[in-house]
Design a protein around this ligand. Structure first.
Ligand code: BTN
Length: 263
């Protein structure tokens, strides 16, 4: 964990938001919870919390997120305004930034991919996940983006052994601070670009990393499963699902994609 405490982590955060505080812990229940606490106390955009391991890591859909030593767990605060909330979801931007950072540290020819909306895959297995949690206070919207990245883990719990991977499984894992630097360099540039209205270009970059695009999928929603062709991304990052009868439905940041073999 001392590696996380080096100047690299602090520098990485500063590149994104110069004045934002950075907290580093060997162990935390959940870095998302800590950032939410700091946000409620008025912490500025960019506030970053990094944990060496988590005892109550949370994933999407109320799942837990296994967070042993060897992985990288971090959360940071965004304070989007209404206009920004109508643009691309920051979770999608975060997923693309993780892909770009992974490309720096994985063997040549390995391209990190996205499973809509923002699971990050290497060789078809999940290497990183993103949890966005938003609340609204007197001070406006507080969006906590939490990222779990499997950097150095070489073993996974039985239930994940077929579906999860890590950077270490493909080669050498980077120092956490080096990964953070690469991530925030990408995220800062992508997020600023969305703020300036450049969402379409970011959307195209994200789409190019989605292997299920244009293919038949099953989309598992909260209470049902729908099938169709994943025909594209909407301007706000939603999944456009085309049914057999040609009707199109825009699903916005809900659900879980499963690839199915074409008949
Ligand atoms: C997913 O289900 O894919 C999202 C996983 C997000 C996990 C990260 S780890 C850092 C932050 N703290 C948490 O409790 N969860 C997120």
């Amino acid at each position: 964990m001392t590696k996380l405490l080096d100047q690299g982590a602090v520098k990485a955060a500063r590149a994104w938001c110069a004045e934002a505080p950075v907290e580093v812990f060997d162990q935390l229940p959940s870095s998302n919870d800590r950032v939410a606490e700091l946000a409620a106390e008025g912490a500025p955009e960019g506030t970053l919390v990094i944990a060496g391991e988590q005892t109550a890591g949370r994933g999407r859909h109320g799942r837990s997120w296994a967070s042993p030593k060897g992985g990288l767990y971090f959360s940071f605060l965004l304070r989007p305004d209404e206009a920004m909330l109508r643009r691309l979801p920051p979770t999608l931007v975060g997923g693309l930034a993780v892909c770009q950072a992974l490309d720096v540290f994985t063997p040549e020819g390995t391209k990190a991919q996205l499973k809509w909306p923002n699971d990050v895959l290497l060789d078809g297995r999940k290497v990183a996940g993103i949890l966005g949690e938003m609340t609204r206070g007197d001070d406006g919207y507080r969006l906590v983006l939490g990222l779990g990245v499997n950097l150095g883990q070489v073993e996974f719990p039985d239930e994940l052994s077929e579906t999860a991977t890590s950077v270490a499984a493909l080669g050498e894992a980077p120092e956490p601070s080096a990964f953070l630097s690469a991530f925030f360099e990408s995220f800062a540039s992508l997020y600023r670009s969305v703020q300036r209205g450049g969402g379409a270009l970011i959307l195209a970059q994200a789409a190019a990393r989605m292997p299920s695009l244009g293919r038949p999928i099953k989309l598992h929603l909260a209470n049902s499963t729908v099938t169709g062709i994943f025909s594209g991304l909407s301007a706000t990052g939603g999944l456009v699902l085309e049914s057999e009868d040609g009707t199109r439905r825009d699903v916005h940041l809900a659900g879980e994609v499963e690839a199915v073999r074409p008949r």
